[in-house]
Design a protein around this ligand. Structure first.
Ligand code: F3S
Length: 379
């Protein structure tokens, strides 16, 4: 991979140990994927923030880095709401370790806004080059916004933030962004159905890029649920969608999805906790949830996960939701917080959450439609 003079100096350690470590990561990845050079990024989004997932080894690694990031950078959710951690049942010890992780990132100049929907809090537009390491956000910005990022790991996104560049390969190159598999969706979908669809196709596709044909146009929020689930059950970094089968004939593979496939993904489990907002809710979703809860009372634990920025911006909706007894939780989520593990059964409205709660939390989980989740919370 070609390196400029300045990049060579970083790689050789002339600009300090942290930049050297960062360059070693970027060069190693660049060589594996046969990148020709490093390209400048507009911003970086860094996963690997919850103490639950990174532990002491991760904390030590971040603490040993010095200097400042060269581009605006945001963080993925951590393991607790920084204001409501006691109410969530988080221990003093976890809180203290989690705050040390946060401070270590802040010392590097990274914004401690912890959300998996950085596209709601950072300006991102078509054609931007990014280095993001949250698979749901990667797929969303590539597919819906038209920006470009590979599925970075936490260390490579952090390395890119420090260097301000990323290796040029994969989804940064136009010819690697073309659809490979046609997905013929032969049923009307709405809301959580898109997450169910993402779970099904992600598993079949692996890293391949799909072209979806839908019966009707999905909303941006529905595409967010689709992208998140595909990135969780497979390694899909982006998708395309049409409302007619224009390019379908040219694609070598085809998958057909029927109503029964989607329905088979839903379950019932008499949940003790219902959690929504995976990925974190948009303002539109918060509004829909507020409308479902207006004037009602919930009898079960109900979490709505959202970025702190949106919670602060929409205090009106938060008041309606919390008057019902539900909690609007920030900085974290049902998967990366240890707080959900005191429950035995959870219901979620997101395909990605089903997938990850199953593998990362010791909690039984079922997928429900958003309206049913709210209804069950009130029973
Ligand atoms: Fe976000 Fe947690 Fe889901 S980080 S995408 S809410 S698993």
């Amino acid at each position: 991979m070609y390196l400029t003079k300045e990049e060579e100096r970083m790689y050789d350690g002339e600009l300090g140990e942290t930049l050297q470590k960062a360059m070693e990561i970027l060069v190693a990845i660049g060589e594996i994927y046969e990148a020709d050079k490093l390209i400048p990024i507009k911003n970086a989004h860094i996963a690997g923030v919850s103490y639950k997932t990174i532990g002491d080894a991760g904390l030590e690694w971040i603490k040993n880095l010095h200097g400042k990031v060269r581009v605006p950078s945001t963080l993925n959710p951590m393991g607790m709401d920084r204001e409501r951690w006691k109410e969530m049942g988080i221990s003093e010890e976890f809180h203290s370790k989690q705050m040390r992780v946060m401070r270590a990132y802040e010392d590097l100049g990274i914004s401690s806004e912890c959300t998996c929907t950085p596209y709601y809090v950072t300006e991102v537009k078509r054609g931007d080059t990014l280095a993001w390491s949250e698979s749901s956000a990667v797929s969303f910005v590539n597919s819906v916004i038209g920006a470009r990022t590979n599925r970075e790991g936490a260390p490579s996104a952090l390395a890119s933030a420090l260097v301000g560049k990323t290796p040029r390969y994969g989804l940064h190159i136009e010819e690697n962004r073309v659809p490979q598999v046609f997905i013929d969706v032969r049923t009307e979908l709405s809301g959580s159905d898109y997450g169910a669809l993402g779970c099904i196709v992600g598993e079949i596709l692996g890293e391949k890029i799909p072209l979806f044909s839908f019966r009707s146009k999905p909303s941006e929020d529905e595409l967010k649920y689709l992208c998140a689930a595909m990135g969780a059950s497979g390694a899909v970094g982006m998708c395309h969608f049409v409302h007619e089968k224009t390019n379908a004939k040219k694609l070598p593979e085809k998958i057909t999805i029927e109503k029964k496939d989607i329905e088979s993904m839903y379950g019932e489990n008499d949940p003790e906790i219902i959690a929504m907002g995976c990925p974190h809710c948009s303002e539109r979703e918060l509004e829909k949830i507020a409308n479902l809860l207006r004037g009602k009372k919930v009898r079960k634990e109900l979490w709505i996960c959202v970025s702190r920025r949106i919670k602060e911006r929409r205090g009106d909706l938060v008041r309606i939701i919390e008057s019902s007894g539900a909690k609007v939780i920030c900085d974290t989520c049902m998967v990366v917080s240890p707080a959900t593990e005191r429950f035995e059964r959870m219901m979620v409205d997101s395909g990605k959450a089903v997938r990850y709660v199953k593998t990362m939390c010791d909690v039984e989980v079922a997928l429900g439609k958003r309206e049913d989740c709210v209804k069950i919370a009130m029973e």
